[in-house]
Write a protein that binds this ligand. Structure first.
Ligand SMILES: O=P(O)(O)OC[C@H]1O[C@H](O)[C@H](O)[C@@H](O)[C@@H]1O
Length: 323
């Protein structure tokens, strides 16, 4: 007997919150909560979870869900008048039954379109009308794609300005076994030093295993104008996450490390070892939209065996392995 894949299913998640489950024929899956428009699970075709969600995440509004892929909009971080990371991550999104067409036609079947619009209450804290459309797609090979389209629908002729991030929490075996490639030699704003600008020195980014003594949080950096492709190599798992982005010039790297982890109520004391945030973002140069204008920001993440990706980066290895 063959069972047919149910590509898209709306069901109840933790605490009765609605979620959409996306599935692909080879067995990969993803889950998206309408609360926050937030991806909370992404599994490969072996059923292995690729995103980190805190075991202490209460999944109780109005608190944002700690893990997965929170959407930071209309403000990233605490730089601005709004609450940290804006309000999109703690609003209830709707399923958009009739999204405007995408320019590219694709044969993907596992996708969902969500929409968030201004509410009367929100216009008191952010006096603008907008339509935020989010498409989450699980590709046949298990890749996860997120496309955001944000439109200014103000009727008073006013432009608005925002910053944005896909706040990806990747699941890693052990933070000290992880390396990020693609950000070396980049400029960054250091959130731990009043957003001062520095240039990353040396090799790929790694995380030391010692307990931090001086810093409250081990790393919290906004890399600016980064390449469109970033890789996160997990040596122990022999897995590489490949992150591709479009319309999102910046990349934020955050790990709270030991002391800050203890101070975050919805994060276990040791959980920082098993997570790494590499976020695709538009932070340094905020986006401004006039009425009727639309902005698009897209990211695609895939998980591949490490040897495959290293081979791609190093031409010598490609030659060796193909000979
Ligand atoms: O605790 P949250 O509000 O979810 O923020 C978690 C983290 O998000 C980003 O990575 C910021 O750069 C950090 O400064 C912040 O601590």
């Amino acid at each position: 007997m063959t069972t047919e894949t149910v590509f898209v299913e709306l069901c109840k998640g933790i605490n009765g919150l609605e979620k959409v489950v996306l599935r692909e024929v080879r067995g990969s899956s993803a889950e998206v909560y309408l609360y926050g428009g937030q991806v909370t699970s992404w599994k490969n075709d072996h059923g292995e979870e690729l995103l980190f969600v805190s075991s202490k995440a209460p999944f109780k509004p109005p608190k944002a869900i700690r893990g997965g892929i929170p959407i930071c909009f209309p403000q990233f971080g605490s730089h601005g008048l709004l609450e940290q990371h804006g309000f999109a991550r703690n609003r209830f999104w709707s399923i958009d039954p009739d999204p405007p067409p995408f320019p590219t036609t694709s044969s993907n079947k596992a996708f969902v379109d969500l929409v968030l619009k201004h509410s009367e209450e929100d216009t008191r804290i952010w006096p603008h009308r907008y339509e935020f459309r989010l498409r989450v797609t699980l590709g046949p090979g298990g890749d996860l794609m997120l496309t955001s389209r944000i439109r200014n629908t103000n009727t008073d002729g006013k432009a608005f300005t925002f910053t944005f991030a896909y706040h990806n929490y990747f699941s890693v075996s052990d933070i000290s076994e992880v390396r990020i490639e693609g950000l070396e030699t980049m400029d960054f704003l250091d959130n731990l030093q009043d957003r001062q600008r520095f240039t990353e020195q040396g090799d790929a980014i790694t995380f030391e295993s010692e307990v931090s003594i001086l810093l409250e949080s081990k790393v919290d950096k906004v890399y600016v104008s980064t390449p469109t492709k970033i890789a996160i190599l997990d040596h122990e798992k022999k897995r590489t996450f490949v992150l591709r982005k479009d319309g999102l010039p910046d990349a934020v790297v955050w790990n709270p490390w030991d002391k800050k982890a203890k101070a975050i109520p919805d994060l276990g004391d040791d959980e920082y070892k098993h997570m790494l945030c590499v976020e695709t973002a538009a932070v340094e140069k905020p986006i401004t939209l006039k009425p009727g204008e639309e902005w698009k920001g897209r990211q695609e993440i895939s998980a591949v065996p490490s040897s495959y990706f290293s081979g791609q980066l190093d031409p010598k290895k490609v030659l060796q392995s193909s000979s």
